[in-house]
Design a protein around this ligand. Structure first.
Ligand SMILES: NC(=O)c1ccc[n+]([C@@H]2O[C@H](COP(=O)([O-])OP(=O)(O)OC[C@H]3O[C@@H](n4cnc5c(N)ncnc54)[C@H](O)[C@@H]3O)[C@@H](O)[C@H]2O)c1
Ligand SMILES: O=c1ccn([C@@H]2O[C@H](COP(=O)(O)OP(=O)(O)O[C@H]3O[C@H](CO)[C@@H](O)[C@H](O)[C@H]3O)[C@@H](O)[C@H]2O)c(=O)[nH]1
Length: 438
């Protein structure tokens, strides 16, 4: 099938390349010329495991092309909208400027029977508004909402083999049938592997996405709230999480206590959900998400406070080695990263922060040139008065404490992800400090 993907960021570039990998003929469109130049040359503009391989193979076959001109979407049967929906400046709400601009720009190139498919995460009600614009264009095109659940770091595998597909279809039965047939053709490969499919209306599809992220964020803040209680009682949150997770109604996933969640999705999505619920007169229904957000932000502060305490209150001029910048491992994404936030806060208190990360130095240094960056962890550790681990890359998780010991000035480490073997680090001569554990 001929597909267009409008917006080629973390979501759109992976979607475009994965669809081409599955045999579709894809044009990826973005307003960012540098991104499009890189993608057209088969180069991933960000770090995502598996993406370079499929970009290279699909661009070489000619099944995957890139452009900055929306006119190149003409002739595709299905048009995915994958542009950003960031948090609005000075508000909790989602900024729909890019979604609206992409849709408006696409309208002149739509033909009878084409399907516009929303993939961006949007406030409930957006799909109906956009569908009205498509209908008013007189093109005969239709609109469906097909939220995306991929995780960065596993984006290619999650796109090619998703755990579920959700179609939010138009209310009119003939349009619903035609839209479903087109989406089934797009996802023939996944559906052939018995991927569960939920066929529903626009509002449910939009809400599935934001409520899934709200639930994940709530699980993380729940366990981080337990960490706060553990800290004042001498309990161990990692044992607590193991014990409650043994109940398979609870499970272990997303119950890792630490410096909290970040990224381009969970933080802004729970805020946008709160703002939308308030607009709908239902603010109280999701008021708990404000607490989820507050607990999450307190954990970053806790790491900063522990660092100040470990340095005896004398932060100014002290060298702090920060291990990790990305919001999670296997990504170079630093959007709302707790790791980077901690590094910036410590720098703001006068510390000489030297940060290292296997992939995110280039993204972090663009936004925070005031920090010092070292690609080599040994250089970051050299003569450090304190080490703070904030992103659990394997390079840091499996670091040998005996190797690291002679490098630093003071062997004190704060494990902001509860990921190191505390016994091994203490046995090697380190003062080991973590979150929610004695
Ligand atoms: N990143 C993820 O893991 C993920 C997963 C699921 C859903 N989402 C949702 O997908 C959307 C995109 O997220 P992202 O992380 O890819 O963001 P991103 O910022 O990486 O990418 C957005 C892209 O859209 C482009 N763009 C903006 N306006 C445009 C226009 N008018 N025409 C063409 N391109 C335009 C930007 O240049 C940018 O490259 C968001 O709504 C996000 O919540 C993201
Ligand atoms: O037990 C846990 C699990 C995760 N995290 C943190 O939570 C954040 C988000 O992690 P994750 O959800 O894996 O990353 P994303 O790639 O942002 O994916 C989320 O956001 C995407 C965009 O909406 C969705 O598509 C995914 O389904 C959803 O998991 C990261 O900072 C993690 O370090 C924890 O602190 N503890």
């Amino acid at each position: 099938m001929k597909l267009s993907v409008i917006g080629c960021g973390y979501l759109g570039a992976v979607h475009a390349a994965s669809m081409a990998e599955l045999g579709h003929d894809v044009i990826g469109i973005d307003i960012d010329q540098a991104k499009i130049d890189a993608l057209a040359a088969g180069k991933a503009p960000f770090f995502e495991p598996g993406l370079p391989e499929i970009l290279t193979s699909a661009t070489a076959t000619g099944r995957l092309r890139f452009s900055t001109d929306l006119a190149d979407a003409a002739g595709s049967q299905v048009h995915f909208i994958a542009v950003g929906t960031p948090q609005k400046r000075g508000s909790y709400a989602a900024d729909l400027t890019y979604v609206n601009a992409a849709l408006e720009g696409l309208l002149p190139y739509l033909s009878d029977g084409d399907l516009v498919v929303g993939k961006s995460t949007v406030p409930v009600g957006t799909a109906a508004d956009l569908a009205a614009k498509v209908a008013a264009s007189g093109s005969g095109a239709m609109l469906a909402w097909n939220p995306e659940f991929l995780r960065e770091g596993f984006a290619v595998q999650d796109t090619i083999s998703p755990d579920r597909l959700v179609y939010g279809l138009p209310p009119e039965p003939a349009q619903a049938e035609a839209s479903k047939a087109l989406l089934d053709a797009v996802y023939e490969s996944a559906l052939g592997k018995d991927t569960p499919l939920v066929v529903t209306d626009y509002a449910t599809a939009e809400l599935v996405k934001v409520s899934a992220n709200a639930f994940l964020a709530t699980k993380i803040s729940f366990i981080n709230a337990m960490a706060e209680i553990a800290e004042v009682t001498g309990a161990d949150v990692t044992q607590l999480s193991t014990a409650i997770g043994l109940d398979d109604r609870i499970g272990w996933k997303f119950l890792k206590a630490g410096v909290g969640f970040g990224g381009g999705c969970l933080p802004k999505d729970i805020r946008a959900f709160t703002a939308r619920a308030e607009e709908l007169g239902r603010g109280e229904s999701v008021a708990f998400l404000k607490e989820v957000d507050a607990i999450n932000l307190r954990r970053r502060q806790r790491v900063v406070d522990l660092a100040v305490e470990a340095l005896g209150g004398q932060v100014n001029g002290k060298k702090i080695a920060v291990l990790g910048l990305a919001f999670k491992p296997h990504s170079d994404d630093i959007r709302d990263s707790p790791a980077l936030d901690v590094a910036v806060q410590l720098k703001g208190r006068g510390a000489n922060v030297v940060a290292t990360d296997p992939e995110a130095i280039h993204t972090a240094s663009r936004v925070h040139p005031q920090l010092t960056y070292e690609a080599d962890p040994a250089a970051a550790l050299q003569d450090a008065d304190l080490v703070v681990l904030v992103t659990e890359w394997d390079e840091f998780r499996y670091m040998d404490p005996s190797w690291a010991l002679p490098l630093v000035k003071t062997p004190t480490i704060i494990d902001g992800r509860n990921t190191l073997d505390a016994t091994a680090w203490r046995a090697a001569g380190w003062t080991y400090i973590s979150l929610g554990r004695p």
